[in-house]
Design a protein around this ligand. Structure first.
Ligand code: GDP
Ligand code: IMO
Ligand code: MG
Length: 434
């Protein structure tokens, strides 16, 4: 019996997970999303063509690989249909190899209205949500009010829908939020709702499965499975910078509940690390650079959100946060992305500790949103060379390899691959993952 390997973001999301999953998909039979929803934006570049996936796993560009949207994901049928149509326009027929869990919860149009109403009511304390309805959908799931995808196969679905929608509208009416003028992805509510239902009809023709049994049987048949994380550890609802987080477990433990596998069935854990840090939305970010260096990172790294287009906040690599992320998920191999973006920086700062008043700490503090922390930096030499066409790790400049070695020594987990550009071909292997 095989195990499920896992790939996760170790920072605040957008580490380049989609690109790396696409590359690793060669080695797997099944790619499965286990949490999050269309708040994710996973970008793949194939022969100069850019694709952004929100709900569909990033293995979809490989023929004959099965892609599963697991029970832990929250699904907006409208967005899923749009993605399926975009793929069809690129001659990818997702109806063949996209499988949906019956137990995945639905995001109703009114979940999106609620998300907007909550954000609106937060005033200056906005989370910076992507407004895809993620928080309200997970709230209904745990409050036992939610509707699961499998319900669309049974009579009575409309009654369930209507009852939940009415409940949402009652809440919204008490919130001083005029939803009537509000547009969802540029579409007025009634039209969005009717397209949502059309999308539901389309999804009925897809494989809607008991994904936990399917995965279990696949493991017995020695099929290889890669679980694809969305968001990043610092956005995890338990361990991230709460309340400025998303509403799911982005750490490796989320794979167990999000796909229905036992902890003993988790295999390798790949942790994706951007060579610097970014964050989109509000919340603590100790190494943020609100200066020309941060601006340069944003420009060189094209740091604008794949889902919302918002500029991403940029800053130096934070090893305190990274150490915490590696600990929480039991990461066995690191993969660095966007190393190429740092070419040309004379020196690079890496945060190894924080200073809190007169104290130096190396753990991520509970009160991060209350306390003033100053990063303690180690300054390392940068490198001039362009890394985009690097063919092997041995050819990499010495100061880049020092950067990699320094992180490995601090974090005590080896890097296994380095991504040197957005295209699927731009990646070099260092060693096998343990
Ligand atoms: P994800 O959410 O973790 O999948 O990451 P996103 O797709 O939101 O953001 C990562 C961005 O960086 C995308 O535009 C990718 O095409 C791009 N990208 C991924 N890896 C690399 C890399 O190694 N170098 C460069 N320059 N861009 C990369
Ligand atoms: P991928 O998978 C970066 C952020 C939002 C906001 C907070 C809560 O592409 O890495 P939500 O919509 O979940 O209510 O937003 O989390 N966020 C992300 N940031 N990458 C993501 O996904 C994100 N998904 C959510 O910006 O601050
Ligand atoms: Mg993203």
């Amino acid at each position: 019996m095989t195990k499920v390997d896992v790939l996760l973001g170790l920072q605040w999301g957008d580490e380049g997970k989609g690109k790396v999953v696409d590359v690793l998909s060669h080695d797997y039979d099944i790619i499965a999303r286990f949490q999050g929803g269309a708040n994710a934006g996973h970008t793949l570049e194939i022969d100069g063509d850019k694709h952004i996936l929100h709900l569909i796993p990033s293995g979809i560009f490989h023929e004959n690989k099965i892609n599963i949207i697991g029970n832990g994901v929250v699904v907006d049928p409208f967005i899923l249909r749009k993605e399926i149509i975009n793929l069809r326009n690129k001659r990818i027929d997702a109806s063949k190899n996209l499988y949906l869990s019956k137990k995945a919860h639905l995001i109703l149009p009114t979940h999106r209205l609620l998300d907007a109403a909550h954000e609106f009511s937060r005033g200056n304390l906005k989370i910076g949500s992507t407004l895809k309805g993620i928080g309200p959908a997970y709230t209904d799931k745990t409050a036992r009010n939610g509707i699961r995808l499998g319900e669309i196969l049974y009579p009575g679905f409309y009654d369930l829908y209507k009852s939940l929608k009415d409940q949402h509208l009652r809440i919204i009416s008490m919130m001083d939020f005029d939803y009537r003028g509000f547009q969802l992805d540029g579409i007025p509510f009634p039209e969005y709702e009717s397209q949502w239902f059309e999308s539901m009809e389309m999804l009925k023709h897809f494989h809607i499965i008991d994904s936990e049994y399917f995965i279990h049987q696949s493991l017995i048949q020695n099929k290889t499975i890669l679980a694809e994380g969305a968001q990043g550890t610092m956005l995890d609802v338990e361990f991230g910078t709460y309340p400025f987080v998303t509403s799911s477990n982005t750490v490796s433990a989320g794979v167990c509940t999000g796909l229905g596998i036992a902890p003993s069935r988790v295999g390798k854990v790949y942790g994706i690390v951007k060579a610097y840090c970014t964050r989109v939305g509000s919340g603590p970010f100790p190494t943020e650079l609100d200066d020309p260096t941060g601006e340069l990172m944003r420009k060189k790294g094209c740091e604008y959100g794949s889902t919302t287009g918002r500029p991403r906040r940029c800053g130096w690599l934070d090893l305190v946060a990274l150490r915490y992320a590696v600990m929480l998920s039991g990461v066995t191999g690191l993969i660095m992305t966007k190393a190429d973006v740092l070419s040309g920086f004379k020196t690079l700062n890496v945060c190894t500790r924080y200073r809190r008043n007169s104290e130096i700490i190396d753990t991520f503090p509970f009160g991060i949103h209350h306390e003033k922390l100053t990063p303690v930096y180690e300054e390392l030499n940068g490198w001039e060379q362009d890394l985009h066409s690097l063919q092997s790790y041995e050819q990499a400049p010495e100061s880049f390899r020092n950067y990699v070695r320094f992180i490995e020594e601090e974090i005590r987990v080896p890097f296994v691959q380095i991504s040197t550009g957005a295209d699927r071909k731009q990646i070099v292997k260092i060693r096998e993952v343990l």
